[in-house]
Design a protein around this ligand. Structure first.
Ligand SMILES: Cc1ncc(COP(=O)(O)O)c(C=O)c1O
Length: 386
């Protein structure tokens, strides 16, 4: 295989393209994680994380993937047999449910069609009917479907039911790309990780923790050791960790938080909304269907596109990779072969998105999918607005 000319287009919904500035930061020499320079670095980086989560409280950072951060949220706050309310919004909600079941939690899993987010009315009704539920688990942005649940409305539903359950929210594919407010929305644990909106390679997991969640951690009895927030928060106060931390990823995080801050979070969120609108304009003009069915729930970070009957989404993706050196997201779980996902998050500008959509259009045409070529023009008219 010859070395491909030009850059690979990594248009999956995470891991995302890592900016050169972040890559350079990560390549600095590793330092003593018990020395004074590390203490200064970690204090600064952990302190800078709060605004992205919308919290003034500490955020726990683990050397882990998002799955580890899911587990951490559960084992710190819950006890064996506790009842948990969760919603089948897609593949990742299903995986979190399985993890909770493996830990010995009793999950009430509300079925879903993978085309809608969590219905706040169902949250209210379920909680009114069951005072024993200890936690409500919601995936903010379902990466398998491109549907974003409305966390502020879910919070209001919990309050309407006057229910003491904890609210645990997965922001793995929304944090740093979609407006999110841990404190204002009364979220108890926000789960996230590094490889999507935070512009980093995989390897860091996060839990933002409310005072109520910390209190729950005092009485929760699920076994925990590595994931236990308490020794980590105690060591973090001096800028250290109870184990060897991923020093170079923390260099990268310092840089990526600076990049987000320089653009401004409101501008970052608006850019993602605009890119999502341009992508939907293209999909609809092609004559194809966006998977998400509710206008209030379209994901700003990815669009899942249904392929017409008789076509295999994975064959189209393979053709686009081979011919145009661009990776698109595969259909996960029950959506395998039926959708492809266009990631439009992270380190992305208008021209990169235009190139992405041009590649998708050419790929669809080459695969014999009947599409109207006005798709790309429809996207450009959104992107080119003054
Ligand atoms: C919404 C969501 N939650 C959880 C995960 C799991 O994260 P990880 O693969 O880093 O363990 C993912 C992964 O893409 C995700 O998109």
């Amino acid at each position: 295989m010859p070395y491909p000319a030009g850059r690979h287009f990594l248009q999956i919904p995470g891991p995302t393209n890592v900016p050169d500035r972040v890559l350079r930061a990560i390549s600095a020499p590793t330092i003593d994680h018990r020395g004074p320079d590390f203490g200064t670095l970690a204090t600064e980086v952990l302190g800078a994380l709060g605004p992205v989560f919308g919290t003034t409280r500490p955020v726990v950072a683990y050397p882990s993937s998002g799955t580890g951060a899911w587990e951490a949220a559960l084992v710190n706050t819950l006890s064996p047999g506790d009842r948990v309310l969760a919603f089948e919004t897609g593949h990742f909600a299903t995986l979190w449910r399985e993890l909770a079941g493996n830990l010995g939690l009793d999950v009430d899993f509300v079925p879903g069609d993978w085309r809608h987010g969590v219905d706040p009315d169902v949250v209210r009704d379920k909680l009114r009917a069951d005072r024993d539920i200890k936690a409500v688990c919601v995936v903010h942005n379902e990466t398998s479907t491109g549907v974003t649940s409305r966390i502020a409305e879910i919070r209001r539903a919990i309050d309407d039911a006057d229910h003491p359950a904890l609210l645990l929210v997965d922001t793995v594919s929304s944090l740093g790309s979609v407006d999110y407010r841990h404190d204002e929305w009364g979220v108890d644990v926000t789960v996230s990780c590094s490889q999507k909106g935070l512009l980093l390679p995989p390897g860091l997991g996060f839990n933002a923790v409310s005072a109520k969640a910390l209190l729950a951690a005092e009485t929760a009895t699920l076994p925990r050791s590595y994931w236990d927030w308490r020794p980590i928060l105690a060591a973090n106060e001096r800028g250290f960790f109870p184990y060897t931390p991923p020093t170079n990823l923390l260099y990268g995080l310092k840089e990526s938080l600076a990049i987000l801050q320089e653009e401004g979070l409101p501008q970052v969120f608006a850019r993602h909304e605009r890119h999502a609108a341009a992508t939907r304009a293209a999909v609809r003009a092609w004559g194809l269907e966006v998977l998400c069915l509710d206008e209030r729930e379209h994901s700003p970070v990815l669009t899942a596109v249904l392929v017409p009957d008789g076509h295999d989404a994975d064959k189209i993706r393979a053709l686009i990779l081979d011919r145009f050196n661009m990776s698109l997201g595969t259909g996960l779980g029950r959506l395998a072969g039926r959708v492809f996902r266009i990631g439009h998050l992270g380190h992305l500008n208008d021209v990169s998105l235009a190139g992405t959509l041009a590649g998708v259009q050419m790929g669809l045409e080459l695969a014999g999918v009947p599409v109207d070529p006005s798709g790309i023009t429809a996207a450009l008219s959104v992107l080119g607005q003054p």
